[in-house]
Design a protein around this ligand. Structure first.
Ligand code: ATR
Length: 280
């Protein structure tokens, strides 16, 4: 049986949970000729790291840190990737690079019945993950505001999304202003609170926490972050980011295989992997 290969390139890539998640899906569906593996590619040989899998018959790859932006030069980015400024999924059959982060987030918010259309949504952070979130949320009809430690970076993000995707009306504000802005949803796209800095929160402890909001934390290690705990302590609802990880992967899975992804299997594989590390 000819093997159908996909994988992820990154540097380092050893900690990626994508192989576990995709291979669990292949096993569950009896897709025994498919294999997903992790390839460690240093930045200075990124072009080679892309050419080799393609020449060896890989169908596509995921792209992770630090290659997501640089790889735009070596593939044909679609409109979503251009707007987000980063590629996380490549299909070698078409040469197209896309980005499944925004759709993964929106799909997981929808799966959790979080209303986005016409809602006020506060995004914490202004890096690559935040750009994908703001893009997706604004297109889904939310009124979006951004809080970031470095305000200048947040303003640049707003300008970039205006220029690349025609997205307007995104505000940049301080955390103090955000506290009384009246959002119903907060999406954390910073790395604050990520293992092992588990006592830290992007919502600084001196600033009053809004009551009754929904927090979506892209951080999934630990499963219950300090920000999520603050939210629940103030009568809100908190959702960790594991579902987004599964769903952004599921979109790539379907793109490559044409098969509906077994999302529950993928989620369970991620849970199990984190639990075995004592971080579930
Ligand atoms: P990614 O691509 O995952 O978004 P990134 O581009 O490195 O990663 O962005 C990290 C985000 O987390 C940024 O918004 C960063 O804030 P700055 O723009 O001010 O650097 C935020 N972040 C990281 N560590 C932080 C900390 N200790 N306190 C506040 N914000 C932090």
């Amino acid at each position: 049986m000819a093997q159908k290969r996909v994988g992820v390139i990154g540097f380092p890539v050893e900690h990626s949970l994508s192989p576990i998640m995709h291979n669990a899906a292949f096993v569950a569906l009896g897709m025994n000729d498919w294999l997903y593996d992790a390839m460690s590619i240093p930045p200075d040989i990124l072009r080679l790291g892309l050419r080799e899998p393609r020449q060896h018959g890989y169908i596509g790859i995921n792209v992770t840190v630090p290659h997501k932006e640089a790889i735009m030069n070596f593939v044909r980015p679609d409109d979503t990737a251009k707007a987000i400024g980063a590629v996380n999924t490549v299909d070698f059959r078409t040469g197209i690079g896309t980005n499944t982060d925004a759709a993964g987030l929106l799909n997981d918010l929808a799966a959790n019945d979080v209303k986005i259309a016409a809602a006020r949504v506060l995004v914490l952070g202004a890096g690559g993950a935040a750009r994908a979130a703001v893009y997706g949320l604004a297109r889904a009809g939310a009124t979006v505001a951004i809080v970031n430690r470095t305000m200048k970076r947040a303003r640049r993000l707003v300008e970039q999304l205006q220029a690349t995707a025609g997205i307007g009306g995104v505000q940049v504000m301080t955390l103090d202003a955000a506290a009384s802005w009246g959002m119903s949803v907060i999406v954390n796209c910073t790395s604050v609170g990520l293992h092992p800095q588990i006592t830290q929160s992007p919502w600084l402890f001196g600033v009053p926490f809004p009551a009754g909001v929904t927090v979506y934390d892209m951080v999934y290690r630990p499963a219950n972050t300090a920000l999520m705990q603050q939210c629940v302590a103030h009568g809100g609802r908190a959702i960790g980011g594991l579902g987004m990880l599964a769903r952004q992967g599921a979109i790539a899975f379907e793109l490559w295989t044409g098969v509906e992804p077994p999302i529950e299997v993928m989620m369970a594989a991620l849970h199990a992997a984190l639990e075995s590390k004592g971080e579930g």
